[in-house]
Design a protein around this ligand. Structure first.
Ligand code: ADP
Length: 343
């Protein structure tokens, strides 16, 4: 079975008129998302996450490289019906929640009784059934985000692409959405989740990729990324806090770290002192620590967003360059990308 989502060597450049400024949002970007996993897509603002998602959704084309979604090239119309997409900023017209969801279901080819059922199920999934008759103009930001999620779910998609799905939600709604995503995965569906809420990502994702300046800087399972290789945390009881220099006292227990090579010796010391070892575990970094480490700006480099540098002095991950392209702003004509060589 082909991967649910695959980016292969994709570069995406945006050009603006009239100054011809070129921004390279993705550089030789490659990523593969397997079927049935919840994949976290992380990166600081401006790293290129939305660009990657919009390319996958077929809203625009890459400057170079190729991508496949559910085995078909990006932009394949029939495949889009098997995909649910939630953009970071949901634009919804002033109509009732039910009418809005029915509209999106209709766009996905549903009608009649199946559309009724799908609309009801989508609104129930995000706990908005009791609000279905209210106009969206009266909804809070969090409620609108749930409507956005309902429209992504209405076609019972095989692949869900979610850009910041829980940023406006309160803790209870976040828990509900987390459970919903886990339920989806248990049905064999794939979820591609872009989020700044690293604690949420840690709770639901099987694998993550961290994007920085348009390049993937790390990808893997959370456990492999967060476990450090050389430090072990030992929890023991029945020993004096002075036995290990770096002990932290927690009720009647001591917690301390030792290097892997000292693990055996430390355990024997606990036993010799008449104590008991409660647990021995590799030290885990937090996802936040890893994220900050991998996405820190390079020393002396121009700030990522909003500044420019000459193409001639740009390194492999430095994307601001000047070019000339005598056409309309790219963002107003997303499908007809200009020749990337003009960048
Ligand atoms: P993220 O989603 O990670 O915040 P984006 O994909 O939105 O990142 O942006 C990546 C880079 O591309 C940024 O420098 C951003 O300013 C630039 N960019 C995004 N969209 C456009 C656009 N339509 N026109 C010009 N530049 C853009």
């Amino acid at each position: 079975m082909p991967p649910a989502l695959q980016f292969e060597g994709i570069t995406k450049e945006y050009r603006s008129w009239p100054r011809g400024k070129c921004v390279r949002a993705l550089q030789q970007f490659s990523l593969s998302v397997q079927n049935g996993e919840i994949f976290g897509f992380l990166g600081p603002n401006g790293a290129g996450k939305s660009t990657a998602i919009h390319l996958a959704a077929g809203f625009m084309r890459p400057s170079s490289g190729i991508g496949h979604m559910l085995g078909k090239p990006f932009g394949d119309a029939a495949t889009r019906r098997r995909v649910g997409f939630l953009a970071e900023n949901v634009a919804l017209y002033h109509r009732t929640a039910e009418v809005a969801i029915r509209f999106y279901g209709g766009l996905n080819g549903l009608h009649g009784a199946p559309l009724d059922r799908a609309t009801r199920a989508a609104l129930e999934a995000v706990d908005l059934q009791s609000e279905s008759g209210r106009n969206l103009a009266q909804f809070s930001r969090g409620m609108l985000q749930r409507v956005g999620l309902a429209q992504a779910l209405v076609n019972d998609p095989d692949l869900l692409i979610l850009d910041e799905p829980t940023s406006a939600l309160d803790p209870a709604a976040r828990v509900a959405i987390r459970e919903l995503l886990l339920k989806y995965r248990s049905q064999g569906k794939t979820i591609f989740l872009s989020s700044h809420l690293l604690s949420e990502v840690e709770l639901v994702c099987d694998r993550v990729a961290i994007l920085s300046r348009g390049c993937v800087v790390r990808t893997g399972t959370l456990s492999s990324m967060l476990e450090t290789t050389d430090q072990i945390e030992v929890i023991a009881q029945g020993i004096s806090p002075t036995l290990f220099a770096n002990s932290i006292v927690e009720a009647d227990r001591m917690r301390f770290t030792v290097s892997k090579s000292q693990q055996r010796e430390a355990i024997e010391r606990v036993w010799t002192a008449g104590g008991e070892v409660v647990s021995v575990n590799p030290v885990r970094r937090s996802l936040e620590d890893l994220f900050l480490e991998l996405t820190a700006p390079e020393p002396n480099s121009a700030e990522w967003a909003g500044k420019t540098s000459r193409a001639s002095s740009a390194g492999p991950c430095s994307f601001y360059c000047f070019g000339f392209w005598a056409g309309p702003r790219l963002e107003s004509s997303p499908i007809r990308d200009p020749d990337p060589t003009t960048c």
